[in-house]
Design a protein around this ligand. Structure first.
Ligand SMILES: NC(=O)c1ccc[n+]([C@@H]2O[C@H](COP(=O)([O-])OP(=O)(O)OC[C@H]3O[C@@H](n4cnc5c(N)ncnc54)[C@H](OP(=O)(O)O)[C@@H]3O)[C@@H](O)[C@H]2O)c1
Length: 353
């Protein structure tokens, strides 16, 4: 048996009979996963889990027409750090400390144990805490976003929309310490925080200080906010600018028609760019895991190029998880919110190599 959060129905607010904290959940079993037989999988004792914006969207049911999950009964959370307690993988042994992100449609890290494929895991460096490691899967996504989608960044001028978002805060640091940008600006109400991360200039959107009133000369704009970001960019940025977004759809229910309209607008925007109408528009969609990127971001931390940004750390209670979801949806979060499922010492307790 284990403690864990399950989702009883779709809805909002989360405490309105939507989530349930159970102490009698069955531990997940490797033999119930086809992946465990085909590609190697681990049963992991979760020490720390991180909340992402995907979690409140799942809770509300916004993604229900594009994913497969069972309600009531589905879990919550995808990003975690913990200890391997059973394994069918050649890469990981019992007792190994690992971090990663559950693949595909599976959620369930706000619980004592979870199963993850070896492709979605990386070794946690011994000197790193589980809380910091649980904040790294989003860093791997942010790293891949820039590495794989930005046309050119070295010695270029970069603007990050949403500099204190979990993704934005990683992108600022890597633009400064890894990708070699020569000027970094961001939009954020956390001015000092973004300067500390490595920004040259921060535009406080809450005080009405808008980037396009002061400087439009950017080679690359990386959007971690969505909403009207693209409208601002296409109106003000020069043709040479590349605009890449992690948030191509508005926040709300996502249907197959939403995906179709995203693809149509992507094609239309590319055509207008080629005709000289506005800057280039690219959409970042990363769902497949990349263990090498997880290893890389852990190395960035060890090398002092990246600091995991943790907004807050919560004990594992239903009220706390509901609060985390509400703060996440209200975009009040700077970096990642972490929930401690086990203490560091409990993580290794009873684990026999
Ligand atoms: N495509 C993908 O594969 C992918 C991967 C990861 C994330 N995403 C998406 O990227 C988005 C960001 O996610 P996240 O987890 O990094 O961050 P998040 O937790 O959603 O971001 C919260 C932050 O947003 C900032 N913010 C809100 N409105 C803003 C505005 N108008 N201008 C500038 N900043 C604003 C707030 O900053 P202040 O504190 O400065 O007010 C707050 O710190 C989400 O929509 C997420 O789903 C996509």
């Amino acid at each position: 048996m284990m403690r864990g959060i399950i989702r009883k129905k779709y809805g909002w607010p989360p405490e309105d009979g939507v989530l349930e904290f159970r102490t009698d959940l069955d531990r997940p079993k490797l033999e119930n996963f086809q992946e465990a037989r085909e590609q190697g999988m681990c049963l992991i004792k979760v020490v720390s889990t991180a909340m992402s914006p995907v979690d409140y969207r799942l809770v509300e049911g916004w993604l229900k027409s594009v994913i497969t999950e069972t309600i009531p009964g589905a879990g919550l959370g995808k990003e975690f750090s913990g200890v391997v307690v059973e394994t069918s993988s050649d890469q990981f042994e019992i007792g190994d400390e690992v971090f990663g992100e559950l693949e595909g449609d599976i959620s369930g890290t706000f619980q004592e144990f979870c199963c993850a494929t070896e492709q979605s895991l990386a070794p946690k460096p011994a000197q790193m805490s589980h809380n910091d490691a649980a904040a790294l899967p989003v860093a791997a996504i942010a790293f891949r976003a820039v590495r794989d989608y930005a046309h050119c960044i070295e010695n270029k001028r970069v603007l990050i929309l949403g500099g204190s978002a979990a993704t934005g805060s990683v992108i600022i640091q890597l633009c400064r310490h890894h990708f070699g940008a020569n000027y970094i600006a961001a939009t954020s109400s956390n001015i000092d925080h973004c300067h500390t991360l490595g920004c040259d200039t921060v535009y406080n959107y809450k005080a009405g200080t808008m980037w396009y009133n002061e400087d439009t000369d950017f080679d690359l704009i990386i959007d971690c906010v969505g909403m009207d970001s693209w409208d601002q960019a296409r109106n003000y940025a020069p043709l040479k600018t590349q605009f890449i977004t992690l948030v191509p759809a508005s926040d709300g229910p996502f249907y197959l028609t939403t995906a179709l309209s995203m693809m149509t607008s992507l094609a239309a925007r590319s055509a207008v760019h080629m005709l000289g109408g506005h800057c280039a528009y690219s959409v970042i969609l990363l769902s497949d895991p990349d263990p090498a990127a997880l290893v890389q971001v852990a190395q960035f931390v060890l090398d002092g190029k990246l600091k995991p940004i943790i907004d807050s750390i919560y004990d594992f209670t239903l009220d706390n998880v509901a609060d985390m979801l509400k703060r996440q949806k209200a975009k009040l979060v700077k970096g990642r919110q972490i929930c401690t499922i086990h203490t560091e010492a409990q993580g290794l307790e009873g684990v026999v190599r």
